[in-house]
Ligand binder design. Structure first.
Ligand SMILES: NC(=O)C1=CN([C@@H]2O[C@H](COP(=O)(O)OP(=O)(O)OC[C@H]3O[C@@H](n4cnc5c(N)ncnc54)[C@H](O)[C@@H]3O)[C@@H](O)[C@H]2O)[C@@H](O)CC1
Ligand SMILES: Nc1ncnc2c1ncn2[C@@H]1O[C@H](COP(=O)(O)OP(=O)(O)O)[C@@H](O)[C@H]1O
Ligand SMILES: [K+]
Length: 509
C-alpha cells in the first residue's frame, strides 16, 4: 500500500470531488460516517460517556459529523469545540449548523483552561482537534488540554491522526501530542505512524478507504510503501515441479567465533527452512561438532583458527554469501571480510559484526558488490552512518548511504524499514516477542536464502522481513511473546509461507 504525503492526499481529495461530482462537505460526510460506523460497531449502543473534542478545521468538521450520527443513534455525547482560533473552515461551519438542528445540547466552547471539562477513566474520548493540517506545534492552553486528555486514563480514539503529530516531521520530545489507543486514519497510513519516535502515539491503527479516486491514486508516484500480506504475496516466487536442489541456491554462511557458534546455526537453520537448496557454512574450527550435530542438513568448512575467522574460502563457488553473525571484530576477522569482498562480485548479505567491521574500516564500503543487503539494528546503523537528530533525518541519511554505495539497507526495529535508494518499504508484520537474542541472525538467513533462490536482493529483503515477522506472529499466537525464541522463528518459516496463502489466517496483517 502506498504511504501518501499530506500534499498527495489533499490532491486526491480535490480530484475526487471533481470526478465524483461531489462537494467537499459530502466527502467529509462520507469519511466521518465511516468512522461513526466503526465506533458504532464496537460500542453496540453502550451507554458510556462519549466526549468529542473538535478543532475548527476539517478534522474538527469530521468530529462534528461523527457527533451528529452518534447523537442520532442515542449515544451519550458531549461535544467540545476547541476554539483555538476563529478561522473556522467552511465544512466545519456547515456541520456546526447541522448539529444544532438535531440537538439542543449545543457544543461547549473551550477558549481557555477554565473551560476544560472533567475527563474520567471510563470516558470514550474522540480526538478530532487536528489532522493533517497541523503546521506548527500545539501550544498554550490547547497543549494543556492535550495533557489533560492523555492523563485521564480514558480510551482515546484519534480521527485521521493523533492531534499534535505532523505528517512530515517529528513533533519534538516535549511537544503536546495525543496518545491515542486507536487511530482511524483516512485512505492512507501516514509515515509517522511507523517511525520509532512517533509510533507510540498511534495505538492500534486502522486505515479506512474513503473512496478517493482510485485512478488518481494509482498514478501518484510514491516512494514509500507499507508491506502487508497482499504486497508480500505478490513477491512470492513458486517452486517448479521440474526442479532440483541446485535450482534453489547454493548459500554460504560465514560467521561465528568461540562462544557464538549458535548465531551461525540460527542463520543456517533459517536459510534451509526458507527453502535453500544447498547450505554451506564457513566457521572457526571450534564450531564443527556443534553444527554437524545441530544441523545435519548443512555442509561445513572450518577455518584453521580454532576460535575465530581469519580467512575466507575464495575458491568456494556460492550463489550468495552471508557474513557477520557472531564473528567479533578482531583484526584477523577483518581480514576475512576483506578477502570475501575481494572475491565476490554478486550481492552479499552483511549483518552484525560484519557491519561493525565495515564501520571500523570505511574503505571496505566501496568494495561492497552492487545491491548487497546490509541489515543493521539501530546501534549498528549509528556506527555505520553516524548519529541523527530525528527519524526523518535518519531516513535521509540512510537513503544517501544507499545511493552512495549502491546497497540496500534493512533498518531493523518494531517496524523494519527496507531502504533501496529513494524507496522505503515499511514492514507491517512482527511483534515484541521477537525482541530476543538471535532473531536478527534468523532474518539474515531468510534474506540470504531468498537471494539464493533467485529473488532480486531488494525483493528478498522486503519479502524476507515480512516472512520473518509473520513467522514471529504465528509463533506468538501459539506460545505468547515471552517464551518466543529466535529458533522458533526459523522453525516456523513453513507455517509463515503457508499462511500467506490462507484466506482467513492473519487477515489483518
Ligand atoms: N481525504 C482526506 O484525508 C479527508 C480529510 N478530511 C479531514 O480533514 C483534515 C485536514 O483538515 P484541515 O486541513 O482543515 O486541517 P486540520 O483540521 O488538521 O487543522 C486545522 C487548521 O488549524 C491551523 N493550525 C495548524 N496548526 C495549528 C496550531 N498549532 N495551532 C492553531 N492552529 C493551527 C491550520 O491552518 C489548519 O488548517 C484531515 O486530517 C481529515 O480529518 C475529511 O474531512 C475529508 C477527507
Ligand atoms: N518490538 C518488535 N516488534 C517487531 N519486531 C521486532 C521487535 N523487536 C525486535 N524485532 C525484530 O527482531 C530482530 C532483532 O534483530 P537484532 O537486533 O539484530 O537481534 P540479534 O542481534 O539478537 O539477532 C529484527 O528483525 C527486528 O525487526
Ligand atoms: K485528530
Amino acid at each position: 500500500m502506498k504511504v501518501l504525503s499530506a500534499e498527495q492526499l489533499s490532491g486526491a481529495d480535490k480530484e475526487t470531488i471533481r470526478k465524483q461530482n461531489i462537494t467537499s462537505e459530502e466527502l467529509m460526510e462520507r469519511a466521518a460516517t465511516l468512522v461513526f460506523n466503526e465506533i458504532n460497531q464496537r460500542l453496540q449502543g453502550a451507554p458510556i460517556p462519549i466526549k468529542i473534542f473538535c478543532g475548527i478545521g476539517n478534522n474538527g468538521g469530521d468530529g462534528l459529523v461523527i457527533a451528529r450520527h452518534l447523537i442520532q443513534h442515542g449515544y451519550h455525547v458531549t461535544v467540545y469545540v476547541v476554539n483555538y482560533s476563529d478561522k473556522r473552515s467552511e465544512d466545519f461551519l456547515a456541520n456546526y449548523e447541522k448539529l444544532k438542528v438535531i440537538t439542543n445540547d449545543w457544543p461547549h466552547l473551550i477558549k481557555e483552561e477554565d473551560h476544560f471539562p472533567e475527563i474520567n477513566t471510563g470516558d470514550f474520548v474522540i480526538d478530532a482537534m487536528f489532522g493533517i493540517g497541523l503546521n506548527r506545534p500545539i501550544e498554550g492552553w490547547v497543549a494543556k488540554l492535550v495533557k489533560l486528555i492523555n492523563n485521564s486514563q480514558a480510551f482515546i480514539l484519534a480521527v485521521d491522526m493523533p492531534s499534535g503529530l505532523f505528517s512530515d516531521k517529528t513533533p519534538g520530545k516535549k511537544a503536546a501530542v495525543i496518545e491515542a489507543n486507536y487511530t482511524l486514519s483516512f485512505q492512507s497510513p501516514k509515515l509517522v505512524f511507523f517511525l520509532p519516535e512517533t509510533m507510540d502515539y498511534i495505538g492500534d491503527l486502522q486505515v479506512l478507504d474513503i473512496g478517493l479516486d482510485r485512478e488518481y491514486i494509482s498514478k501518484l508516484i510514491s516512494e514509500t510503501f507499507l508491506i502487508g500480506k497482499q504486497e508480500a504475496v505478490s513477491l512470492y516466487i513458486p517452486r517448479k515441479k521440474n526442479s532440483h536442489k541446485g535450482d534453489y541456491g547454493k548459500v554460504l554462511i560465514v560467521g561465528g567465533s568461540y562462544g557464538k557458534i549458535g548465531s551461525v546455526l540460527l542463520t543456517a537453520t533459517a536459510a534451509l527452512k526458507t527453502g535453500t537448496g544447498l547450505c554451506s557454512l564457513y566457521i572457526p574450527e571450534c564450531g564443527y561438532d556443534i553444527i554437524q550435530t545441530g544441523l545435519p542438513e548443512a555442509m561445513l568448512m572450518t577455518d584453521t583458527d580454532k576460535k575465530m575467522l581469519t580467512t575466507y574460502p575464495k575458491d568456494f563457488d556460492a550463489d550468495v554469501v552471508c557474513f557477520g553473525m557472531g564473528v567479533g571484530t578482531d583484526e584477523k576477522s577483518v581480514q576475512a571480510l576483506k578477502e570475501l569482498l575481494q572475491a565476490n562480485n554478486d550481492p552479499v548479505v552483511i549483518d552484525a559484526d560484519g557491519l561493525n567491521i565495515l564501520s571500523n574500516n570505511k574503505e571496505f564500503l566501496k568494495m561492497l558488490p552492487k545491491n548487497s543487503v546490509l541489515t543493521p539494528h539501530p546501534g549498528e546503523l549509528k556506527r555505520l552512518i553516524g548519529a541523527w537528530e530525528d527519524d526523518f533525518q535518519k531516513l535521509e541519511k540512510v537513503k544517501k548511504f544507499s545511493k552512495k554505495y549502491n546497497v540496500i539497507l534493512v533498518v531493523k526495529g518494531a517496524h523494519t524499514f527496507t531502504i533501496d535508494r529513494e524507496y522505503i518499504y515499511i514492514n507491517d508484520s512482527g511483534n515484541p516477542g521477537m525482541a530476543t537474542a538471535g532473531s536478527g541472525d534468523v532474518l539474515s538467513g531468510i534474506i540470504t536464502s531468498l537471494i539464493g533462490q533467485g529473488y532480486e536482493p531488494v525483493n528478498a529483503a522486503v519479502f524476507g522481513v515480512y516472512l520473518h515477522g509473520l513467522s514471529g506472529d504465528i509463533t506468538a499466537e501459539e506460545i505468547g511473546y515471552e517464551s518466543l525464541l529466535a529458533g522458533d522463528i526459523a522453525r516456523n518459516m513453513g507455517k509463515a509461507v503457508k499462511a500467506l496463502f490462507e484466506r482467513e489466517s492473519m487477515e489483518s496483517k
